[in-house]
Design a protein around this ligand. Structure first.
Ligand code: FMN
Length: 220
C-alpha cells in the first residue's frame, strides 16, 4: 500500500499571522482563498431547474475565453464549442428524438418525449467537441481528452463565479450517427458533452467530496 499523507492541514501552508504578511502578500493570500472557496463551493445544478436569465453575450464570450485557458500539450487546441441557440431548440428536439430512434427503434411515446425534452436544457446550451489528433507522435490521445475536460471545468467554474448554475450532460444520443452527422462532426471529433448554464431555481445539491488525504499517496 502506498503511504498516505498523514494530515495535510498541519503542513507548512498554514497561513501566518495577518499582521506579519506584507500587503501584497495578503492580497495574494486573499485571492488564493477566494479561488479555493469558489472551486470548493461549485456543485452541478440539474438542467431541469435552470431558468432565465442565462449568461448575456459578454458572459458567453468570457465562458469561451476561459475554456481556451487550459493546459494544452503541443498547443493542438483539441476542443471547440457549439452554441445551440434558443430558436434552434425545436430542431434539436427533433434531433434528440431521431437519435433515440437510432438506438431504440421501438421507443415508446414517453421515451420519445423525454428525449425531445432534453433540448430545453437551460437558457444557455453549449456543446464541447474534442478534436482528437490520432496520429500525433508527441501528444497522446489522453492528453487531448484531459485538455477538453479542463475546458469543461473552466466553463463550469466561470459560470459559478458569475452566479449561475451549470451542469455537463452527455448520454448515448451524442454517440449516434444521426447526432454526429447533424452536427457535422469530423472523423477525429468526439462530442464530449453539453453544458447547460442558467439561473438555478433550486439550490445545487451539496455533495460530500473525498478527503484529500484519501486521494494522495507518497511514492514508492
Ligand atoms: C463529460 C461529462 C458528461 C456527463 N454527462 C452526464 C449525464 O449525461 N448525465 C448525468 O446525470 N451526469 C452527467 N455528468 C455528471 C454531472 O455533470 C456532474 O458532474 C455530476 O452529477 C457530479 O456533480 P458535481 O459536478 O456537483 O460534482 C457528466 C460529467 C461529465 C464530466
Amino acid at each position: 500500500m502506498p503511504q498516505s499523507v498523514s494530515d495535510p492541514k498541519t503542513s507548512s501552508i498554514e497561513p501566518k499571522s495577518s499582521s506579519l504578511i506584507p500587503l501584497l502578500e495578503r492580497e495574494k493570500q486573499e485571492a488564493a482563498d477566494r479561488l479555493f472557496s469558489l472551486i470548493t463551493s461549485r456543485h452541478s445544478v440539474s438542467p431541469k431547474v435552470l431558468q432565465e436569465p442565462g449568461p448575456n453575450e459578454e458572459q458567453l464570450q468570457k465562458l469561451i475565453e476561459v475554456a481556451s485557458c487550459v493546459p494544452d500539450h503541443g498547443l493542438l487546441r483539441p476542443w471547440r464549442f457549439i452554441l445551440f441557440p434558443k430558436d434552434k431548440r425545436s430542431a434539436l428536439s427533433d434531433l434528440f428524438e431521431q437519435a433515440l430512434l437510432e438506438c431504440l427503434p421501438g421507443a415508446s411515446s414517453q421515451e420519445r418525449q423525454r428525449a425531445r425534452d432534453k433540448a430545453a436544457r437551460g437558457p444557455l446550451l453549449l456543446g464541447i467537441v474534442a478534436q482528437l489528433s490520432q496520429d500525433n507522435e508527441k501528444v497522446a490521445h489522453e492528453d487531448q481528452i484531459a485538455s477538453a475536460g479542463a475546458a469543461l471545468q473552466n466553463i463550469l467554474l466561470q459560470a459559478h463565479a458569475f452566479g449561475f448554475g451549470a451542469r455537463a450532460t452527455s448520454g448515448r444520443a451524442v454517440r449516434t450517427k444521426t447526432f454526429r452527422s447533424a452536427l457535422h462532426l469530423g472523423k477525429d471529433e468526439t462530442f464530449l458533452c453539453f453544458v447547460s448554464v442558467g439561473t438555478a431555481s433550486k439550490p445545487a445539491k451539496h455533495k460530500d467530496r473525498p478527503e484529500p488525504a484519501s486521494l494522495l499517496s507518497i511514492w514508492p
